[in-house]
Design a protein around this ligand. Structure first.
Ligand code: CUA
Length: 312
């Protein structure tokens, strides 16, 4: 294992990372070797067979059977080595162990949500136990996204209307980056997450404590949800323009809607905008907000409303 990382990769933090890197470096060094050989040969022969004088001619060489067999057979063998090696690793990456812990992943513009078998849900942060196989069952609510954890060397497209899977076994404790690697619209570059690898005991504790409730006062809980549920991706709190209307002074503001009518923002408008975002769109904005139906519980929506009231 290589926890430090290199020019090309972050440290190896999953069981498959070493194998992926070994194949990558094999292909890289092979390519460098042949690049030097071919370009070096080209320059050497251009120099060797240059025109040396007015009446000197290079003898006419048509072909060399031995050489042709050599440059056909050797690359064929190399390609087969790469194929067999790659295919073996591919199979390993694609067949999850039977005892794998299954977590449901939902991608939508522009955040990730995770649902654990025991009922816990999180947004943009997935907590997994160390040295245990984890299988992700993934689908998208809207466009194609791609789930990528560089430290684990695993990546898979996340597609609407069908499931894709991805499995890994983390070998290092800590926090790892999670990226969306399929261009999915304006918020793509902010569709970031974290993978938290914790010990087995910590994982069990975390599962038991993650009931979707909070002891915080509603407006403070709402402020946390604004970050953890990725509202900030599209709604600023300082008045700056973004994908959606700013939350600064939103409560009680009268908005012009796309259908020409006006609406004064109250609790009902906020709740409806969270659950049915396309119903009443503020004029000047695209109807691109995803629904949070099933992502946010009623108590969480109440907390968000309490928070929005405080952003003056
Ligand atoms: Cu989701 Cu890019």
């Amino acid at each position: 294992m290589d926890p430090k990382g290199s020019l090309f990769f972050p440290g190896q933090s999953s069981t498959i990372a070493g194998e992926v890197d070994a194949l990558f470096y094999f292909i890289l060094y092979l390519s460098i070797f042949f690049f030097v050989l071919v370009t070096g040969g080209s320059f050497y022969f251009a120099w060797k067979y240059r025109k040396k004088g007015k009446d000197t001619f290079t003898e006419n060489i048509s072909h060399h059977t031995g050489l042709e067999i050599f440059w056909t057979v050797v690359p064929t063998i190399l390609v087969f080595i790469i194929f067999v090696w790659g295919f073996k690793t591919y199979l390993k990456m694609n067949i999850p162990p039977e005892n794998a812990l299954e977590i449901k992943v939902t991608a939508q513009k522009w955040f990730w949500s995770f649902a654990y078998p025991q009922g816990a849900t999180t947004t943009n942060e997935i907590t997994v136990p160390l040295n245990k196989p984890v299988n992700l069952l993934m689908s998208s609510q809207d466009v194609i996204h791609s789930f990528y954890i560089p430290g684990f060397r695993v990546k898979m497209d996340v597609i609407p209307n069908r499931y894709t899977t991805l499995w890994f076994q983390a070998t290092e404790l800590g926090e790892f980056d999670l990226f969306c690697t399929e261009y999915c619209g304006k918020g793509h570059s902010e569709m970031l997450g974290k993978v938290k690898v914790v010990s087995n005991e910590q994982y069990d504790q975390w599962l038991a404590s993650n009931t979707g409730e909070s002891d915080l006062p509603p407006d403070q809980w709402g402020a946390e949800l604004y970050k953890s549920k990725a509202c900030f991706t599209c709604h600023s709190i300082d008045g700056s323009p973004s994908v959606g209307p700013t939350f600064k002074g939103v409560f009680g503001r009268t908005e012009k809607l796309t259908d020409g009518s006006s609406y004064t923002v109250d609790e009902n408008y906020i709740r409806k905008s969270i659950l049915e975002p396309q119903a009443q769109v503020v004029a000047g904005f695209q109807p691109v907000m995803p629904t949070f139906q099933g992502v946010l519980k009623d108590a969480e929506i109440d907390a968000l409303i309490a928070y929005l009231k405080t952003i003056k």
